[in-house]
Design a protein around this ligand. Structure first.
Ligand code: PGA
Length: 238
């Protein structure tokens, strides 16, 4: 594991963006695994800036996002597809057909999940997977449980996750209770993983994940077994 300690969110975003940009420079048709949430927003802004300045080309890049709320269509403002369009895809020269987010409003979730895994395999697997970490140790929406679920699957969200994300929904009834998430297999099969963690409140779970026992009760702990893991963390709240 390579660990990079930074002192601000701006620095975290810059370091993460540099690693992603270097990956694209090395392999123009890179397959990126992407994350939503507040942590990656700064890195996405930096990547978009470099793209707009002509320094970074996304024309051959393919992306697979980690997860999507079950039941939300891609044009729903709280869907992760919408988030990605807003914070990254609409800002860069990526081909729309090269971006993948699980389809939350599909009729058949198991078929959608199986297709998603097949598409990742057909793309040659993920070269670089970007991850945030949830307060409960989740990666994607792989929530704490008694086993690691390997394929992409539908998952019921835990109370902790529902609470953490309730700020985005006007009313509790509008908040989906389940999601489609990339499973542990496609994440761990990524050639390289970049985990980013922002703020003091994430430090206890980050330490548990990186130095505690490997257990599905802390899903991110599986990352200890990955041969090419980079962690960028800022323990301050600035
Ligand atoms: P955050 O979410 O970036 O909004 O903290 C991370 C996560 O839940 O995976």
């Amino acid at each position: 594991m390579r660990s990079i300690h930074v002192k601000s969110y701006a620095q975290l975003s810059f370091e993460a963006a540099k690693i992603i940009a270097a990956q694209i420079a090395l392999k123009q048709d890179t397959v990126l695994g992407l994350a939503t949430g507040s942590t990656p927003v700064g890195a996405y802004q930096q990547l978009a800036e470099w793209n707009q300045q002509g320094k970074l080309d996304f024309s051959q890049v393919r992306t697979f996002n980690l997860d999507e709320y079950r039941g939300l269509a891609g044009d729903h403002p709280q869907s992760y597809r919408y988030f990605m369009q807003k914070h990254l895809f609409s800002q860069i020269n990526i081909l729309p057909g090269n971006t993948h987010v699980p389809q939350g409003d599909c009729a058949d979730a198991s078929a959608e999940c199986a297709n998603y895994d097949s598409s990742i395999l057909a793309a040659g697997g993920i070269d670089l997977q970007l991850l945030g970490i949830g307060h409960n140790g989740h990666i994607g929406f792989n929530e704490p449980s008694n086993c690691f679920v390997l394929p992409t699957h539908e998952v019921a969200l835990t109370q902790r996750t529902l609470e953490a994300n309730s700020r985005f929904f006007d009313a509790a009834e509008q908040q989906p209770r389940s999601a489609l998430t990339m499973g542990i297999a496609p994440i761990m099969q990524a050639k390289r993983i970049l985990l980013i963690s922002q703020g003091s409140e994430k430090m206890p779970i980050l330490e548990k994940a990186l130095y505690g026992p490997v257990t599905p009760e802390v899903p991110a702990s599986i990352l200890q077994l990955h041969p090419n893991l980079t962690v960028i963390y800022n323990e301050s709240d600035c």
